[in-house]
Design a protein around this ligand. Structure first.
Ligand SMILES: NC(=O)c1ccc[n+]([C@@H]2O[C@H](COP(=O)([O-])OP(=O)(O)OC[C@H]3O[C@@H](n4cnc5c(N)ncnc54)[C@H](O)[C@@H]3O)[C@@H](O)[C@H]2O)c1
Ligand SMILES: [Zn+2]
Length: 342
């Protein structure tokens, strides 16, 4: 097992890579435990859950709503959950976000931990202490910063994941390589098939390196004042694409990373060989590298995504594999840069 310790402003977190969900009990205090999960995770993995009160949500992004949160608060009251209780989220990014939000707010905060059951949750959503729910058309606009006490990353849970969900995690792993780690890039180029087949050793390695990268960035900038922005690489256009096309988050981010890479090349800070390498890796992973869209439609979606009236975005560019440059770019300039690319 590999353990990563995260020292956040809102607490410490231990990420346990290679730990089994079967051993979850070892990390729980001898108090009332409430498990929050979703219907798919319960269907496949309930046999491994600890004996505890269970709150089972439906699946999907709709669970990250005030309505769903209200339902969970009601159940917690019925179950006589109090400040000495412990909450465990067993699920993907949705369950982790909702559980973190509930645990940070119910009775002004209860102890909590996660067992991350999607590749995306293991490499991204469960790390960093951000917990968000959606409101109106805005994603993650309501939330808290609070670190889970532990995160169990058990690779065997990922064998039941649909391929599309594995790819969502893979796209974020590629992102981590591109913003920080040329070695991870080479590793992915060699081991992408084993990654897709959920080979435990490969999963352990990529989860561990991803957690190290994300936690190093978050430790330096927990509340997203500067450095944490590099984690948004590929996400500016990615979020826009996700809004206007039926793409998964991973597919949209992959295409968004290609746009950002091509823009970096256009600005003269990234070479063509690097762009081709990125494209090659995404293709190996069966992720899209180009999505045909109307440029102005995409730009409009991108502006709508903003929570405040802003002139532009902090756009993350690459100046090499593993090297980023963040530039404030106006929407007009971004649209001009995207000309010939989108
Ligand atoms: N807080 C953060 O820092 C952060 C970072 C990245 C993403 N997120 C959030 O995470 C969410 C996306 O996470 P996700 O991709 O894990 O989505 P998800 O939790 O919706 O899981 C994807 C699907 O897989 C199912 N599933 C989960 N585990 C499974 C398993 N082991 N076997 C079979 N099916 C399983 C789920 O029921 C769901 O249908 C988004 O809401 C996003 O905003 C948060
Ligand atoms: Zn993402």
């Amino acid at each position: 097992m590999i353990t990563h310790q995260i020292e956040g402003l809102s607490g410490q977190s231990r990420i346990l890579i290679g730990e089994s969900l079967n051993n979850l009990n070892q990390y729980l205090p001898r108090t009332k435990v409430v498990v929050i999960t979703d219907s798919n995770v319960a269907q496949y993995h309930r046999a491994l859950f600890p004996s505890a009160e269970l709150i089972e949500l439906g699946s999907g992004e709709e669970m990250k709503s005030l309505g769903a949160v209200r339902g969970i608060y009601s159940r917690l009251v019925e179950l006589e959950t109090d400040r000495s209780s412990f909450i465990v989220g067993i699920g993907g990014g949705v369950v982790c976000d909702v559980t973190g939000f509930i645990a940070a707010t119910y009775m002004r905060g209860l102890r909590f931990g996660f067992a991350a059951t999607t590749l995306l949750a293991q490499v991204d959503a469960s790390v960093g202490g951000k917990n968000g729910i959606n409101f109106r058309r805005y994603k993650n606009i309501i939330g808290t910063f609070k670190q889970p006490e532990f995160v169990i990353c058990d690779a065997t849970l990922l064998t039941t994941l649909p391929e599309r969900e594995v790819l969502c995690g893979a796209a974020e792993i590629v992102k981590h390589a591109l913003i920080r780690d040329p070695e991870l890039m080479s590793y992915l180029e060699t081991n992408y098939e084993k990654l897709m087949q959920i080979e435990p050793e490969v999963i352990s390695h990529v989860v561990s390196v991803s957690v190290a990268i994300k936690s190093a960035v978050v430790n330096q900038d927990e509340h997203e004042h500067g450095l944490r922005r590099i984690l948004n690489f590929g996400h500016t256009f990615g979020h826009g694409l996700e809004k206007i096309r039926r793409l998964s988050h991973g597919e949209a981010v992959a295409a968004g990373m290609m746009i950002a890479a091509r823009i970096s090349m256009k600005k003269g800070i990234l070479g063509q060989a690097a762009v081709q390498r990125i494209e090659g890796l995404l293709k190996k992973l069966k992720l899209p590298t180009q999505v045909p869209v109307n440029r102005s439609e995409l730009m409009n979606a991108l502006k709508r995504d903003k929570k405040r009236q802003e002139e532009g975005v902090h756009f993350v560019l690459l100046s090499g594999i593993g090297k980023t440059v963040v530039e404030k770019i106006s929407f007009d300039d971004l649209e001009a840069l995207a000309d010939g690319i989108v």
